[in-house]
Design a protein around this ligand. Sequence first.
Ligand SMILES: *[C@@H]1O[C@H](CO)[C@@H](O)[C@H](O)[C@H]1NC(C)=O
Ligand SMILES: *[C@@H]1O[C@H](CO)[C@@H](O)[C@H](O)[C@H]1NC(C)=O
Ligand SMILES: *[C@@H]1O[C@H](CO)[C@@H](O)[C@H](O)[C@H]1NC(C)=O
Ligand SMILES: *[C@@H]1O[C@H](CO)[C@@H](O)[C@H](O)[C@H]1NC(C)=O
Ligand SMILES: *[C@@H]1O[C@H](CO)[C@@H](O)[C@H](O)[C@H]1NC(C)=O
Ligand SMILES: *[C@@H]1O[C@H](CO)[C@@H](O)[C@H](O)[C@H]1NC(C)=O
Length: 416
Amino acid sequence: MPRFDHNFILFTTILFVSNLCIFQLSSSLKIGETCSTDDNKCDAGLRCGTCPASGNTRPRCTRVQPINPTSKVNGLPFNRYSWLTTHNSYALSGSKSPSGSPVLGPANQEDDVATQLRNGVRGLMLDMYDFNNDIWMCHSFGGKCYNITAYQPAINVLREIQKFLESNPTEIVTIFIEDYVTSPNGLTGVFGASGLTKYMFPLTRMPRDGGDWPTITDMVTQNQRLIVFTSKSAKESSEGIAYEWSFLVENQYGRDGQIAGSCTNRSESLAMNTTTRSLVLQNYFSTNPNVTGACIDNSASLITMMNTCKNASGGRWPNYIAVDFYQRSDGGGAPEAVDVANGYMTCGCPNIAYCRTNATFGTCDIPVLSPPPPAQLEQDESFGGLGLSFATHAAGQPQPLWFCLAIVTTLILLVK
Ligand SMILES: *[C@@H]1O[C@H](CO)[C@@H](O)[C@H](O)[C@H]1NC(C)=O
Ligand SMILES: *[C@@H]1O[C@H](CO)[C@@H](O)[C@H](O)[C@H]1NC(C)=O
Ligand SMILES: *[C@@H]1O[C@H](CO)[C@@H](O)[C@H](O)[C@H]1NC(C)=O
Ligand SMILES: *[C@@H]1O[C@H](CO)[C@@H](O)[C@H](O)[C@H]1NC(C)=O
Ligand SMILES: *[C@@H]1O[C@H](CO)[C@@H](O)[C@H](O)[C@H]1NC(C)=O
Ligand SMILES: *[C@@H]1O[C@H](CO)[C@@H](O)[C@H](O)[C@H]1NC(C)=O
């Protein structure tokens, strides 16, 4: 009789199934696969989300990161790239005011600036005010900050940016200051204290005639990796900080910027087709931040508006795409819009994912796509009552924990 008896085979099977279970429980999920919003098992750069406002109720792994364009096409002038930008980057839900009470007013984003930067956000819109003898991030009115509209001292956020630039020596970040600071050299002071001054791209090197910016390579080599724009023109002469609309055109923000087929300048900006401004910024978010509607705004309609704005901007794709709740989408979201813009701008392909490294402009590797899984949550006949659907297994869904435990337990009982 061989020594491989009945129990030994069972024992081996238990080990095998247990390992399989452990492997499957820890395995990650790909884009579009069904996931659980309780434990995000989606691959890096993805988040488990739904878009109930459009009837998309199946929790699926959705993108929160654009492709880093320089990983595909490096060394072009800075104005040949597009960057994901967050509107009111600092305005998080659950923020506490200095007096301890919740900040009045809606949130525009769901994660802090450090996380946004890790997710590939490279443009930050920050409202800065004089407050408490310091500079604060506030979302206020009448040009004045109050306890109830004060999010946090500006230096906290600026230090997060400083840490990011320090540990990511090839990355470039742009700050758009909605500037209410009147204290003399207030911005210079807070940027200095945060350690950001040494990274600042000098005003004197910014093209004023619509010419190309220096290349990414040049900016990285010279360590001039922080572009700062202010909304106050006087800061150019007083503190050497670039007046935003001397260098870029920008469309209307809020509801008026979401009228299909129309892309007009915001009042401070020259017309969108003004080519003496080398950079183009596209805003696309509602007047009142709407966390449930953001997944719709950030998806197909964002890309449609990007095409409208491209036409209005003299055929130029946006260098900055600014949204609320950047992680929300009904598919590829704002990260996809950025990838589309980068594809056209850097290699002449409809998505940066299709650019071939070091290839001639217009050489694209366009993959054959299989149809996406259904948008609705599937109700499987036999297991529907449990709310667990086996129909999704074909899409690579791991076995649920209880299923594995049941098999292992049954096998153990058989051994006895
Ligand atoms: C703002 O909050 C600070 C800290 O709690 C408090 O000392 C101050 O009195 C508050 N100011 C107003 C106007 O409520
Ligand atoms: C930009 O838009 C505003 C309306 O918001 C308009 O008054 C202004 O003249 C426009 N500027 C140009 C150059 O079109
Ligand atoms: C630029 O856009 C404005 C509208 O903002 C339009 O009136 C003008 O004709 C455009 N100029 C060119 C050269 O297309
Ligand atoms: C937010 O967006 C949802 C979905 O588009 C819409 O039904 C709702 O009316 C919006 N809320 C506000 C306050 O605009
Ligand atoms: C952009 O302009 C082109 C050429 O004028 C036109 O065919 C296309 O429909 C326009 N696209 C949008 C989104 O307006
Ligand atoms: C692309 O070109 C750069 C610079 O010439 C080179 O360093 C790099 O190895 C090339 N990459 C590939 C994938 O050919």
